[in-house]
Design a protein around this ligand. Sequence first.
Ligand code: CTP
Ligand code: MG
Length: 190
Amino acid sequence: MDALDVLAIMLVGLWVFLPAMLPNSAAVIFGGGTPVDFGKSWKGKRILGDGKTWRGFIGGGLSGVALGLLLIGISFIFDRNWLWGYMDLWTGIGVIFCLSFGSLIGDMIGSFIKRRLNIERGKKAPILDQYDFLIGAFLLTALFYPHWIYGTYMEGWHLMALIFLLIMTLLLHRIMNIIGYKTGLKDVPW
Ligand code: CTP
Ligand code: MG
């Protein structure tokens, strides 16, 4: 295995995780309206807070699924054995749903934890803010498609893909939040 192989593995690891990367940014665009917790509190603090809305959840989730379907479509057209095309269609669709909605569920669990720790909606929570969605996407996908997770991220050198993904997530999270702030979609640049 040479350096180019390692680079390819890292890029593939990021590429196949795109359906989990998009939903959180898309939720900022679709978000608003009824909160997921319907405004309810638990022990004096909001369960999730106004930053988690049904529109963000559904709109963000379906955006990730749509992107995933596009990736599957591209693989089917050009090379059935390439990335998203190597598994059967229904497995691919299942993985995409898990990645996309898993990321938003992870994001909501992150908010749940923040509220319990007395951190207000929109206030910073290092590590939790950057990785809650990644953990959610991984766990939900691993629950239903353990072989996909194992094959893509754990098998042999593929661990490099996971490490690369963790680093790139930090970077992308930062970039997307700055874009969200500059375009006026977000109130704070984090
Ligand atoms: N959003 C949404 N629904 C979701 C997730 C996100 O509507 N399920 C929108 C909200 O407008 C939210 C924005 O995307 O304010 C940014 O998301 P995030 O940073 O996760 O939320 P915060 O407002 O920072 O709230 P929290 O402190 O709970 O993370
Ligand atoms: Mg936030």
